[in-house]
Design a protein around this ligand. Structure first.
Ligand SMILES: NC(=O)c1ccc[n+]([C@@H]2O[C@H](COP(=O)([O-])OP(=O)(O)OC[C@H]3O[C@@H](n4cnc5c(N)ncnc54)[C@H](O)[C@@H]3O)[C@@H](O)[C@H]2O)c1
Length: 448
């Protein structure tokens, strides 16, 4: 949430540089795809065709992603439809995008859709749809996009619970069969500094990878945006303040810390098999902060027995760090600083500053135009599950395995939502929400 949502004016990755540096990777990805690719009308468009872009979830990130996608080609991408639960969000986003990308923004009044079914209508208008609502909605919106045969850019996390992750994994396979392209907003994968550093570490620059650390320790995000008493309903209150409700957000270990957990998964080329941890609400304990914790500390074990030590905190005035680190048998690396301190000398990636939010759109659009295999949903879903495992471990105080989290029957997001839906969590008469109690067996049954 703290990372830039804006299209950087100093973004140094030009289209020419991009095509030069990624064509080999994309070609390799296409070559290894063993799945037969059925050709669907919207799965690819020839270079020169205009990609019709749709935006679902017109908040900060969705608006940023739409602008960044349009930046890939002034002639080749047009925003044609927008959808949001609230009209004011569409209007603000539209005005913002119109200022940035005037001619590319061609959303007629009757293509601005409001409400819980808006996503279906936006998807119907689009070749490529950006899904940037709160993450609880992601699995079924992704499912609908693939059902309609559309390409997808979806923000992380891609779910908030085990059933949601399972759905995304199933739908990802259907997307492959249909030849659809899927990008996920774990933008570090598209930063040359990260790519260079991870490759060197995987090639043995510091010997065996012995232990890893991942942090998102910060002062937190926005305070509740809608005061109590100004909402039309409890549902509207929670939607506008979605960060503080797990069925919408998944807690900050899932919403934010996923980025750092995902980098370590990428480095390890695998996903943790076990999570153990502790956490709570120590400072951000007021009822206005809904039901999420303000700190989590989790140790994750990988299949080879190595451990990742993870912390995420939303408390002001403390030690802050948003970073990833690895200790090896022959050195160490501050991955996020693109530095390696090895027995054979030190190394630092010295490339230009890159806006990874921008960089991640070039390969997706390239894959759509040139029908290259492209699907980031698998690792997006499994890194999402890594963060969910951590939340389950801190909420219950119990060790949680990958299978337990994936097979969990606890579905936080209701199957269908209308304005009459009572949210899955509701406050008592004092306005307080139920908060998980580690060690409590009744709570554990609600969490895993
Ligand atoms: N990759 C990154 O670095 C990064 C950075 C910020 C946010 N994000 C992710 O982007 C997503 C959106 O975050 P944001 O900061 O833009 O939040 P936001 O609150 O600014 O925007 C979310 C929008 O979705 C709308 N919405 C809610 N429910 C909806 C529904 N059912 N149908 C249609 N619209 C609905 C809201 O009204 C709001 O306009 C989150 O998943 C977040 O984790 C990623």
């Amino acid at each position: 949430m703290n990372e830039s949502n804006k299209t950087s004016k100093q973004d140094p990755v030009t289209r020419r540089e991009f095509v030069g540096t990624t064509s080999k990777t994309a070609a390799a990805a296409a070559a290894v795809s063993a799945l037969p690719i059925e050709r669907f009308a919207h799965a690819q468009s020839s270079p020169g065709d205009t990609i019709k872009l749709g935006l679902v979830g017109c908040g900060g990130r969705g608006t940023g992603a739409a602008a960044q996608n349009m930046t890939t080609s002034a002639e080749g991408v047009r925003l044609v439809a927008m959808g949001d639960a609230f009209r004011d969000k569409i209007d603000k986003s539209y005005d913002n995008l119109k200022k940035q990308k005037n001619k590319q923004v061609q959303v007629k009044e009757d293509k601005k859709f409001v409400g819980f079914d808006a996503y279906k209508k936006v998807i119907a208008e689009s070749d490529l749809v950006i899904l940037a609502t709160p993450p609880g909605f992601r699995p079924y919106m992704f499912e609908e996009a693939v059902k309609q045969g559309k390409n997808v850019f979806m923000e992380k996390p891609v779910a908030v619970d085990g059933p949601g992750v399972r759905k995304v994994l199933e739908v990802a396979k259907i997307a492959d069969k249909k030849g659809l392209k899927v990008g996920v907003g774990l933008q570090r994968h598209h930063h040359p500094g990260y790519k260079d550093t991870i490759k060197r570490l995987q090639d043995g620059a510091i010997g065996d990878l012995v232990s890893m650390r991942a942090y998102w320790n910060s002062g937190g995000v926005w305070d509740p945006r809608l005061e109590r008493g100004k909402e039309k309903s409890e549902l509207e209150y929670q939607l506008r303040n979605w960060y503080y409700y797990n069925w919408l957000c998944g807690d900050h270990i899932t919403e934010q810390h996923i980025h750092n957990l995902d980098v370590i998964n990428w480095l390890k080329d695998g996903f943790p098999v076990l999570a153990r941890g502790m956490g709570g609400r120590q400072v951000r304990a007021d009822k206005k902060y809904g039901e999420i914790f303000d700190h989590h500390a989790v140790e994750y074990q990988y299949e080879d027995g190595t451990w990742m030590f993870s912390q995420c905190r939303h408390i002001r005035g403390c030690w802050n760090s948003v970073s990833e680190h690895v200790q090896g048998s022959k050195g160490r690396s501050d991955i996020n600083r693109f530095t390696i301190f090895g027995e054979d000398g030190n190394w630092r990636h010295r490339g230009k500053r890159v806006n990874a939010h921008q960089a991640e759109h070039y390969p997706l659009v390239d894959a759509i135009r040139n029908n290259k295999a492209y699907n980031e949903a698998y690792y997006g879903a499994k890194s999402t599950l890594t963060s969910i495992m951590g939340r389950m471990a801190t909420y219950t105080g119990q060790p949680i395995t990958f299978e337990q989290a994936l097979d969990s029957k606890i579905q936080l997001m209701p199957d269908k939502i209308t304005w009459k839906t009572v949210p899955p969590t509701t406050p008592n008469e004092q306005g307080e929400y139920p908060i998980p109690v580690p060690g409590d067996k009744m709570w554990a049954r609600k969490v895993v």
